[in-house]
Write a protein that binds this ligand. Structure first.
Ligand SMILES: [Zn+2]
Length: 117
């Protein structure tokens, strides 16, 4: 992949990293607020635990994405960005535009989803 193209993906990755970091900080804050609320009745407590559960899963997903983004930035630095980590082929442009931290090309991603990798 040419350097200019890699730079443009790097910008996307950095912007996304910033956005996800803010979301993680925000949901940690919401989780603490949900904890801090004095809730009396069972319905409130149920809603509160639902909120915490939801935030917990959301921030787990976000942390996973942050990890994938930082892996992708490492691949930008070592020059392997844009190649499938499995088959070493170029990852499709459309796929990188949709998911700039993608590690796999579409074929390998599909295999992975089916449990074949
Ligand atoms: Zn592949």
């Amino acid at each position: 992949m040419d350097k200019r193209k890699v730079e443009s993906y790097k910008k996307l990755l950095l912007a996304k990293q910033e956005e996800v970091r803010r979301m993680v900080a925000r949901s940690e804050q919401d989780g603490r607020e949900a904890d801090g609320e004095v809730t009396q009745d069972l319905a409130d407590r149920a809603a509160n635990s639902y909120t915490k559960e939801f935030l917990f899963h959301q921030s787990n997903d976000n942390r996973r994405i942050l990890q994938l983004i930082s892996d992708a930035l490492n691949r930008v630095d070592n020059g392997s960005y844009g190649h499938c980590v499995e088959c070493q082929q170029d990852v499709q442009k459309k796929r990188l535009e949709a998911v700039p931290w993608a590690r796999h090309c579409i074929e390998c991603q599909e295999k992975q989803e089916k449990g074949l990798l």
